[in-house]
Structures are given as structure tokens and as C-alpha cells.
Design a protein around this ligand. Structure first.
Ligand SMILES: [Zn+2]
Length: 243
């Protein structure tokens, strides 16, 4: 990281200036200084105090610290970042990046270059890199930018993109999920099993019942179309399931 820090004032500036790290929001100093926002992190991060000191330092970052100390500070920044981007202020910062297309666009043809949102496959650091969620096809993709493969998915967490879409309903209503329909000579291939399950879900919905039982029977690809919030599946009938 030291070689990329030239010209930047602080450690955080250097971190956010790294190639690919533009997908991270710049956490305001006042958020970092509020102990309430950091509750519990001192037990989750092994070098919490010294790493926080680095993050709060206003002195010029010259890359002279050890790589281990820099990695520890980066980890703490990422853990705080996952919390910050679920706040109203953080969601606003991420919307600016989304609008600018910083997160890239979906590769599926029928998604018409829908803007992607970063997401973690889990909330624990050190497991896997950041992935990207498409609000239109409701699927998750590996990074296509090599630099993103070095960014921990826990820096964004599992909640962010779905909360983002809830907060920005205008964006949500703008997307139109269009699952790909395989056809032979222009005729859609009839999937009897999927059709019956979809009908069962619709009947439960009409009766005002919880369709979770039927959703649990869906194949992984179709079940993945139902987003999650804080690790719990929340029932949303989008166009992909309830046409
Ligand atoms: Zn898509």
C-alpha cells in the first residue's frame, strides 16, 4: 500500500485511493470518533486500539508503518465501513457512487446494463472477496475487475444492497426483472414443476399465508431470486416469481 500512498494526506485517503478501492465509501471522521458506532469491535478486532489510532491520525501517511499494522488498520476500516454504509449518511454516499457507475454494470444481456451493488457473501472478514448484486436479475456475481478480488466481502456485508434498494425505492421501481426464457423455434419451454410451485406460492399469497414453506422448496437458482436482509430471507414477490 505504501507505493500507492504518494500524494495522499492520511492513511484513509491512501486506502481509498488504491486501485479498485473506489468502491469503498470515505467514512467521515466524526463517525469514526463516535464510540457508539464502534461498539463491539474492540472484541472482534485483535489490534483495535492501535488500528483505530492509525485511522484517526491526521498526520501524513508516508507508508513507514509495518505492512501488518497497515493490514490491521485496513481490516478495522472495512469492519466499520460495513456498518457505516447501512446508515442514512452512508447509503447516500454509496448512492453517489452507484449513480456514477463506480460499481459496474450487470453482464446479463436482458439486464440492460443495470448498475451493480457490492455485497458480501457473509459478514465475517477473511472468508471471501466482495461480490456484486444485480437488482434486476437478483443474482450475485464474482468481480470482473481484478483489483476487486482483493477486497473483503465483509467490508460491505450481506445487508447493504438490499437495504439500499429499500431506501431508494425510485431506483427499485425503475428496475424490471426479466428472467431469461429458453425457447425452441420461438416457443418457451414449459417447466411443469416450476409452474406448479409458482402457482402454490401465488395461492398462499392470496390466502394471506406465509409462503416461506413453498419458497424453501425452490431450486437454488430460483430461491436466490428472493433477497435477504440481515441474513434472514424476507418475502418479496418480485416480477421473477410473481408475474
Ligand atoms: Zn442482472
Amino acid at each position: 500500500m505504501a507505493s500507492s500512498s504518494v500524494g495522499y494526506a492520511t492513511f484513509i485517503d491512501a486506502l481509498c485511493g488504491l486501485r479498485g478501492y473506489q468502491i469503498l465509501a470515505r467514512i467521515p471522521d466524526e463517525y469514526l470518533r463516535d464510540a457508539f458506532n464502534l461498539t463491539g469491535l474492540s472484541t472482534e478486532h485483535p489490534y483495535f486500539n492501535e488500528s483505530l489510532k492509525i485511522l484517526l491520525s491526521r498526520s501524513h501517511f508516508d507508508g513507514s508503518m509495518t505492512s501488518e499494522a497497515a493490514e490491521n488498520a485496513k481490516l478495522l476500516y472495512g469492519m466499520i465501513h460495513a456498518r457505516y454504509i447501512t446508515t442514512t449518511h452512508g447509503l447516500g454516499r454509496m448512492r453517489e457512487k452507484y449513480t456514477k457507475g463506480i460499481f459496474g454494470t450487470c453482464m446479463r444481456c436482458s439486464c440492460a446494463k443495470t448498475g451493480l451493488l457490492p455485497v458480501g457473501a457473509n459478514d465475517q472478514p477473511g472468508v471471501t472477496s466482495v461480490k456484486f448484486f444485480c437488482p434486476t436479475c437478483q443474482d450475485v456475481y464474482h468481480p470482473t475487475v481484478k483489483a476487486h478480488t482483493t477486497i473483503d466481502g465483509a467490508f460491505f456485508g450481506t445487508t447493504f444492497p438490499h437495504l439500499f434498494m429499500f431506501q431508494h425505492t425510485a431506483l427499485h421501481s425503475a428496475v424490471n426483472p426479466r428472467p431469461y426464457v429458453p425457447k425452441i423455434f420461438g416457443f418457451a419451454i414449459y417447466d411443469e414443476k416450476w409452474s406448479k410451485k409458482r402457482a402454490a406460492i401465488a395461492r398462499r399469497r392470496i390466502r394471506g399465508e406465509d409462503p416461506a414453506e413453498d419458497l424453501a422448496k425452490l431450486p437454488p437458482r430460483q430461491a436466490a431470486m428472493v433477497p435477504r436482509l440481515s441474513g434472514q430471507r424476507f418475502v418479496v414477490f418480485d416480477g421473477a416469481i410473481d408475474e
